[in-house]
Design a protein around this ligand. Structure first.
Ligand code: GDP
Ligand code: IMO
Ligand code: MG
Length: 432
């Protein structure tokens, strides 16, 4: 029996939420292990859309355990609002339990303010962050000054840690950015109310995870962002501040690495990116605009336009290597319907005129790389009703077969629409 990690193979927004919701039917535990509410995971069930930022995408199913692991940075206000919203819509099932790790780090107001100030004051490189305070919260974790959920729950410890942090953050905000300082007492009062409201959800989630694994339960690890936004392996510095690759699924939930036995890489049938950074196959022409409109490529978190481009197998192959991907879930294939010709990038031509099959680490070189394409004929038939691969037009099958060969990994699923049921299942990853 397998425990499955879901990983984005591109720059995020590949459709991880849809696939996690689908696979959650077969799982017992669904756990987020990194990132925070920079994520926006969209689920469409019976025509009803749910966008989740922090709560794991298994939450719509009953009798599951949903875990926000220690590797996540938690904005308590967002968490409370998300739970309330699910409750008010009546979609929070009665027997599904949600837990938050007591050692996850908390996003504080000064993290959000610093994130936004850095991006808007034009000092240094603009990353195009989501402005949710993710980077500054992880910085404080690494600097060993961050406030954890267990610290937030302890009135005395919280007071002491807030005192330690606030003067430094206000110094930074007022002196470097000429911004207004934050009010310590107001933050203290606000966060005390959050502490009381999240207390029922707080647990040592490593113990829960390991107990469930020991009982033979099936775990689904839900990645956020994508492999090329990984802090180590992504297109640095245009990345997020956590490890998004499968290796972090264990560390970010407090289980051993052998617990992750299968890795499904989510791959959109084309490429998108939100925010700044190199993008070799970007289409700044009408085709890119058309893909954006048909695919509704607007950020689920910030509403920003997503940059669109052709499928880049250099990115996908690297993700297969970085995460040990055992199967690919191909999403949004329907969005390509109607395009006369399709291109797949199979390698890059470097500024020195050389051919490369992997991303150069040097961002200056990467920015100058040219895509090397294979061109294929498109299809015009509606594919959204297909439930078996044989029902797809011949050109569609050629496209995905080529993708499979270039990835070097078998497809496990093809998604042909946003709805849970608009899916062609090829293999159940829990079968190992
Ligand atoms: P995530 O961050 O990886 O979970 O992806 P997002 O939810 O941010 O973005 C994916 C978007 O595509 C969402 O609006 C989904 O509802 C939608 N989506 C997912 N799979 C498909 C698909 O196969 N076809 C179409 N047309 N939309 C899809
Ligand atoms: P999901 O889970 C797409 C991008 C931001 C920015 C960079 C750093 O929905 O796929 P951050 O706020 O994390 O410091 O921003 O990372 N980014 C995402 N792009 N999908 C996401 O999440 C993202 N989370 C962060 O746009 O370029
Ligand atoms: Mg998203």
């Amino acid at each position: 029996m397998a425990n499955v990690a879901i990983i984005g193979t591109q720059w995020g927004d590949e459709g991880k939420g849809k696939v996690v919701d689908l696979y959650a039917q077969d799982a017992d535990v669904i756990a987020r292990f990194q990132g925070g509410n920079n994520a926006g995971h969209t689920l469409v069930v019976k025509g009803q859309q749910t966008i989740l930022h922090l709560v794991p995408s298994g939450i719509l199913h009953d009798w599951k355990i949903c875990i926000i692991g220690n590797g996540v940075v938690v904005d308590p206000k967002v968490l409370i609002e998300e739970i309330e919203k699910l409750k008010s819509r009546g979609v929070l099932p009665p027997n599904t339990r949600l837990f938050v790790s007591d050692i996850a780090h908390v996003i504080m107001p000064y993290h959000r303010r610093i994130d936004v100030a850095r991006e808007s004051h034009g000092m240094g490189k603009k990353i195009g962050t989501t402005g949710r305070g993710i980077g500054p919260a992880y910085e404080d974790k690494i600097a060993r000054v961050g406030i954890r959920i267990c610290d937030l729950l302890d009135e005395e410890v919280f007071r002491e840690k807030l005192n330690q942090n606030i003067d430094e953050k206000n110094f930074y905000l007022t002196r470097l950015f000429q911004e207004e300082p934050l009010d310590k007492e107001a933050i203290y009062r606000e966060y005390r109310t959050y502490a009381d409201r999240i207390r029922p959800y707080v647990a040592d989630t490593s113990i829960i995870m390991n107990d469930e694994i020991r009982k033979g339960k099936k775990i689904l690890f839900e990645g956020a962002q994508g492999s090329h936004l990984d802090i180590d392996h992504g297109t640095f510095p245009y990345v997020t501040s956590s490890n998004t690759v499968a290796g972090n699924a264990a560390c970010g939930t407090g289980v051993g690495p052998s617990a992750v036995t299968a890795v499904v890489g989510i791959c959109k049938a084309y490429t998108t990116r939100v925010g700044e950074g190199p993008f070799v196959t970007e289409l700044t022409c009408e085709i890119g605009d058309s893909i954006r409109e048909v695919g509704q490529e607007y950020g689920a978190t910030t509403g920003r336009k997503r940059r669109c481009g052709w499928l880049d197998m250099v990115l996908v192959r690297q993700s297969v290597r970085l995460s040990g991907i055992t199967g690919i879930a191909l999403t949004k294939l329907d969005v390509l319907t109607g395009l006369e010709k399709l291109k797949i990038c199979v390698g890059y031509k470097t500024p020195q005129g050389e051919f490369t099959e992997s991303l150069p680490s040097n961002p200056r070189l990467l920015a100058q790389c040219q895509p090397i394409y294979e061109e294929m004929d498109g299809w015009t038939e509606d594919i959204t009703k297909a439930t078996h691969i044989e029902e797809l037009p011949q050109n569609t099958r050629r496209y995905i077969e080529r993708l499979e060969v270039l990835a070097g990994v078998k497809l496990v699923l093809v998604s042909v629409g946003a709805g849970r049921e608009e899916t062609i299942i090829l293999k159940n990853p829990f079968d190992g």
